[in-house]
Design a protein around this ligand. Sequence first.
Ligand code: AMP
Length: 472
Amino acid sequence: MSFDSLGLAEPIVRAVREQGYTQPTPIQAQAIPAVMKGGDLMAGAQTGTGKTAGFTLPTLHRLAAAGPKRDARGRVAIRALILTPTRELAAQVEESVRQYGKYLPLTSMVMFGGVGMQPQIDRLRKGVDILVATPGRLLDHHQQGTLDLSHVEIFILDEADRMLDMGFIHDIKKVLAIVPKQKQSLLFSATFSDDIKALADRLLNQPALIEVARRNQTNDAIAQKVHPVGRERKKELLAHLIRQGNWHQVLVFTRMKHGANRLAEFLNKEEISAMAIHGNKSQGARTKALSEFKAGTLQVLVATDIAARGIDIDQLPHVVNFELPNVPEDYVHRIGRTGRAGAQGEAVSLVCVDEEQFLRDIEKLIKREIPKAVVPGFEPPAGEKAEPIVLGRRMTIGVGASRGGRGGQGRPAGGDGRGRPGQPGQPGHSAQGRAAGQGQRQGQGPRQGGPDSGRRDRPATPGGARPPRTGR
Ligand code: AMP
C-alpha cells in the first residue's frame, strides 16, 4: 500500500514523501481512512509505530478540505486540539504537524508549562488552526480567558494511558467540559486498562477500534542483550562499551534523577559527551540537550523513564538500561526508543545481582529470555550479594527493606540510591517492587516527567491515590 492510495490531499502526500516514508505503517494504514471518514477512533498503539502521522495526516486533510474558519473576532479559530502528557511529546507532535502540513495553508502552535505565558498569548492572538498542548497550561490559558476552544472540531488524546498514569484525569475532564460536545474524538493509548475504557466511554461515540503491536510485545528489529556486571563497575562498563563499539547516539536510562546526573558527570570526565534530562532541569536545558543529541553533537543522553517519555529520535541505534526498571512495562517502553519504524536497533542492559528479580519479571512479561553475555574484564565479582534497591526517600525493594511499599519505612536513599543488605527473588519481591514503583511515581511522576511545570506541586491525583496499573 502507498500513501497515494489512502486518498490524502496531494500537498500532504508530497510532505510525507519528503520525509522519506514510502509506505504507511500498520497503524497509519488503518487509522488514516477511519479518521478521514469523520468518525471517532480508539487506537491501541505505542510510540514507535508511526501513530503521530496516523492522526496528524487525516486531521490535516480534513481541516484543509473544510477551508479556513474564523472566530467572532475574525481570527483563525482553533479547530483541532491535540493533548499530550509531556512537553517533549507536545513539541514533537507539533513539529510533525508542521512538517506534514508544510504545503498547506494551516497554522499550528505548541503550548506547555515551564515557559512564559505571554509569548503563548501573543501567538494565540494571531489565530491558529491546530493546537498541541499539555493539559495544565491549556487550562491556565482557559482560566485567564486567553484561549477559545469553542470551535474545536477534532479532539485528540495522545498517550492517554500515560496521561492517566500522571494524574491528568481531572484536567482531561475539565478540558472535555470546555470543548464542543459535537466533535470528532480520537484516543490513542498503548494499553486498554479499565480506566482508559471508562474514559473512552465518556469521550467516544461508536468509535472504530484499531490495535497494532501490543505493548507488551517487543519489536523484533531490536537486538536485546544483557551484560551481567558487578554493581560498582557499571559506569566503567558503559564507558568501555561506548568506546569499544564507537557508539555515537546512546540513550541511557537510570531509575533516579540523581543517578542520571552522576552518570552524566562520570561520562564527561571520561571525555564522552553526556547530558542528563529530567524534570528538575529547566525547559531550556532539556530542549538544548535533546536538540544536541538529535543533531549528533551530544553523544549520550541520560534520562529517567518519565523524562524520556515522548522523546522521538529517528532510528536511534543504542539504548542502554544502566539500571533495569522496577516496573517491567517500562523496559518495553525504553527499548521502544530504538529500532523504530523498521530500523535496526540495539538495547543493552547492564544488570547486577540486585536486579535479577527485575530481569525475571521483564522476561516473563515479554515472554522470552534475553541473551546474556559477560564482557571480558567486567565479570561480576564472585560471591557478590544482592542488596535492596532504594527508589526514593521512603521506598526500598528487597530483603531487609520495608515490606510496606508505598509510604513504608524503607531506608533513605543513599548517595548511590541503595540500601543494604538483602536478597532478591523471594516471594513478594516483585509485587512489592511494583508497589514501590507506584509510590515513587506518585511522589515524583509529574515533577520528574515535567509534564507541566506550572502545576508541579500537585499530587498525581487528588487525595494522592494513583490509578492502578490495570492491564499492564
Ligand atoms: P511515532 O510512533 O509517531 O512516534 O513515530 C515513530 C517514528 O516513525 C517517527 O520517527 C516517525 O518519523 C517514523 N515514521 C512515521 N511514519 C513512518 C512511515 N510511514 N515510514 C517510516 N517511518 C515512519
